[in-house]
Design a binder for this molecule. Structure first.
Ligand SMILES: Cc1cc2nc3c(=O)[nH]c(=O)nc-3n(C[C@H](O)[C@H](O)[C@H](O)COP(=O)(O)OP(=O)(O)OC[C@H]3O[C@@H](n4cnc5c(N)ncnc54)[C@H](O)[C@@H]3O)c2cc1C
Length: 433
């Protein structure tokens, strides 16, 4: 029987190295990276990227033949827990979203020419990408209703539609666009993916939508979420990524492991907020004692520790299932951790913010930023309700109504059955009375 919670020593050494690098070299950059701008930040990260490459940890999400490590989801998850503590750490490791997911799709479905032209420069950090699927006027949670069309014309395609929340599109060199190619096909086979360079005529990047995370109007910065009009965008046959009608299948391949990585990154953020909460509790004195001695605060510390541990074990278990049995076996577990992990992140950050009072609400601490980040986690990659629905459906499919309409655990019915079954014993016992 194998039931083991240990990390092998060689990989633990790598994790320790990553933790030190992120804390000592990357956390200090966080408070000035907006001043540095993206180019300045990349210059600061360049020597760290070299160290990451030397350690064999660059683009670790990809298979070995593409310069990745083929580590499997459990190890990747443990790595993401460390990188997730900082919004800029993934850039130093060649696995920042959305480039990481896009590189996975290109690696999986791209032709040799597509890999040469888009994947290799993406991995080298010479190009940036975005994933353009969600639309303002159709529900992202039900992508079978996508309205953006790609129609064949001559030896290519014409794309027409509007997208929004395409993260990083305003700084991207190319977009992976999901468009309906056959509205008559079965819903899961209606859409296809296209690689569209951002400078293609007809691609109009209208704005970066201001959000809770970036409330001020801005354009062209890392982490923006662009609204894009595709007005008669003409692309060649070579733009089609994967086979026609394969869009949703490819998106699923990208999303399942991506959600494990999200959940582990959220745990990294939650842990950082938790540490802040515990530190504050040790010295803030109010009403005759430090906060650490108030029962509410103790409850928050204990509940947060329990919930983070539960989310961590659930996520690593989903990762292990994916490694040992494949993505489809892990699907329900991944849906479970997506909404549970987002809630744990939200609740831990909320409690840490509350313990800091007005300081927590202020921008003097990163908690308010974490709080806004946590809110988004309940929406992207599928809103909570959709994941809950799919988990519940899967579970309920294992149940049937009782044949006679009486609940299986109905005590009077069970008692009557037991009396019948154990009649002799009951009689013997009562006769002795
Ligand atoms: C920070 C951030 C980054 C993003 N990045 C990208 C990106 O790079 N590329 C991209 O294409 N998209 C991106 N998105 C978009 C994201 O994927 C969508 O917002 C998400 O899929 C939900 O779609 P929607 O916003 O259209 O909401 P809708 O589909 O309109 O859903 C709205 C609400 O309806 C409810 N709901 C929906 N279905 C059900 C149900 N079955 N049962 C009960 N309630 C339900 C839920 O409460 C849900 O929140 C990003 C979003 C955010 C917030």
């Amino acid at each position: 029987m194998s039931w083991d919670f240990e990390t092998e020593p060689e990989f633990q050494e790598q994790l320790d190295w990553m933790r030190d690098l992120v804390r000592e070299e990357i956390w200090p950059l966080e408070s000035i990276w907006h001043e540095l701008g993206l180019d300045g930040l990349m210059r600061a990260l360049a020597p760290l990227q070299e160290q990451v490459k030397e350690r064999g940890l660059w683009a670790a999400h990809l298979p070995p033949e593409l310069g990745g490590q083929g580590m499997g989801q459990v190890r990747l998850g443990l790595m993401h827990e460390i990188l997730g503590t900082s919004p800029i750490a993934p850039l130093a490791f060649g696995n920042a979203a959305p480039d990481s997911g896009n590189s996975e799709i290109l690696a999986m479905a791209g032709t040799e020419e597509q890999k040469e032209r888009w994947l290799h420069p993406l991995l080298a950090g010479d190009l940036r990408s975005a994933f353009s699927m969600t639309e303002p006027h159709t529900p992202g949670s039900d992508p079978t209703q996508l309205a953006t069309r790609a129609e064949r014309e001559g030896d290519g395609w014409i794309i027409q539609g509007r997208k929004w929340f395409s993260s990083n599109a305003s700084i991207a060199d190319f977009l992976i666009v999901m468009a309906v190619t056959n509205p008559e096909a079965r819903p899961s086979q209606r859409a296809s993916m296209f690689i569209v360079p951002t400078d293609t005529p007809g691609v109009e990047i209208l704005r970066d939508v201001p959000t809770m995370e970036h409330p001020a109007e801005q354009f062209g910065s890392y982490g923006g979420h662009a609204e894009i009009a595709y007005e008669g965008v003409r692309v060649g046959e070579e733009a089609l990524l994967g086979a026609e009608g394969e869009g949703f299948i490819l998106a699923q391949h990208r999303l399942v492991p991506g959600r494990i990585h999200h959940c582990m990154r959220w745990l990294g953020v939650a842990r950082r907020a938790f540490d802040m909460m515990c530190e504050r509790a040790t010295y803030r004195h109010a009403h005759g004692s430090v906060l650490a001695q108030k029962q509410s605060v103790q409850n928050w510390v204990a509940d947060s520790a329990a919930e983070m541990q539960a989310a961590r074990l659930m996520t690593l278990h989903a990762a292990w299932t994916m490694d040992t049995q494949g993505a489809s076996a892990a699907r329900t577990q991944v849906a479970l951790i997506k909404f549970y992990g987002a809630k744990v992140l939200h609740d831990v950050v909320d409690r840490a913010l509350q313990v800091h009072g007005s300081l927590g609400y202020s921008t003097d601490l990163p908690l308010e930023q974490m709080y806004r980040f946590a809110r988004a986690a309940r929406i992207y990659d599928g809103p909570d309700e959709v994941h809950r629905q799919s988990v519940a459906r899967h579970i309920l499919a294992g149940y049937e109504p009782p044949a006679d309409g009486v609940p299986s655990e109905h005590l009077p019915t069970r008692r009557a059955q037991a009396r019948e079954r154990f009649a002799e014993l009951l009689e013997a016992v009562t006769a002795n009375d």
